[in-house]
Design a protein around this ligand. Sequence first.
Ligand code: ZN
Length: 454
Amino acid sequence: MSTLLVKHAQVLVTMDDDRREIAEGGMYIEDGFVRRVGATEDLAGSADEVLDLSGHLVLPGFINTHHHFYQTLTRAVPGAQNAGLFDWLRTLYPIWARMTAEHIEVSTKLALAELALSGCTTAFDHLYLFPNDSRLDDEIEAAHTIGLRLHASRGSMSLGESDGGLPPDSVVETHAAILADTQRLIETHHDPAPGSMTQVVVAPCSPFSVTTDIMKESAELARAMGATMHTHLAETKDEEEFCISTYGRRPVELMEDLDWMGDDVWFAQSVFINDAEIGRMATAQTGVAHCPSSNMRLASGIAPVRKYLSAGVPTGLGVDGSASNDGSHLLGEARMAMLLARLDAAPNQSGGDLMTARTAIEIATRGGANVLRRPDLGSLEEGKAADFIAIDLSRLEYAGALHDPVAAAMFAAPVNVDFNYVGGKPVVAHGQLVTTNMEPLIDQHNRLAAQLLD
Ligand code: ZN
């Protein structure tokens, strides 16, 4: 048995049911799970490892519920910098079609390194095209190297241009190939146990890039095998109109028709969802991955996050793919969610209706765990996985904000974390990634990115 004692945190935010914030806090951890949380003086005195976090804010690890790691290779691409979603995709699809297994491996490591340094301990990735020799297995292996928990998706595209879809025919796959590979990947890699490091998610890309048949068949397969399901929904006005003109249904109605509602499903973006649809998502407990930076970058719109929260729709946070953000800074994304929700509230400002720093942190932690169906994650309390981050409060960015260190994490400029532990093991220590050497990784990534655009 391995044990870890965390002690003397200036404030330890539990995000438990009572939202306790413990001054001079600590945790006793056994084999990757929290056994006790409380004031340092009340915890056992010894352990295999002792981590003194005097002067630090400790938070549950943040959870990212939507990303496309491979897009770190196509940040700030000229021609896709100032376009809305559909034109942006048309510019990028042919570039992405050149990816190989090496691109998947290296972009996964780079995205997860950036996520880890910005406070993420669990990440979902939506990979939905597998050109050349690329496979999801390479992403899963790369994630093990970095040490974050991964929910990897076997995504898909099956509706090419010649059939009325958006992607070029060269990047779409047949139904048989998609379903067979999805089943293989779940059988090989999916671990549903508490403390799981790897889960496989079934994730057709979006209504405008897959057939309705593959949506139905994917849902059947996922439910038969106990996997969760994910897709993009109602990201833009164009997409809302596509659903209505092509299927005669609003986005959520279409998902109901296709058996894509339930507590095992979450959607990305969901900007153009009306009040009635929000009610149906709340009833079904179908979740949302809110991606505020991407929604601003692509000029998509403001997602009705305040309504999702008040209706009880499971709501998590996503940085989204790095071609539409173009960063994987999860703590910065939580801040962005707080600020954008305030702008949305502006027409009826009352002061009481503005998203608080603690709500933003809650979406990034408990909210994300709920969306990914991970009752073992999202808070620091007895029995939960020991996934936590720590931020040194004596930094420049927080000077003058220490009246409320928890709020400082959201109101002050976004910072990288000083410690990031997953299952009681260090991924970041003293501000440095400990699992991988960054310099060669950045060099290799830049070389591959240049190759793709050449
Ligand atoms: Zn996306």
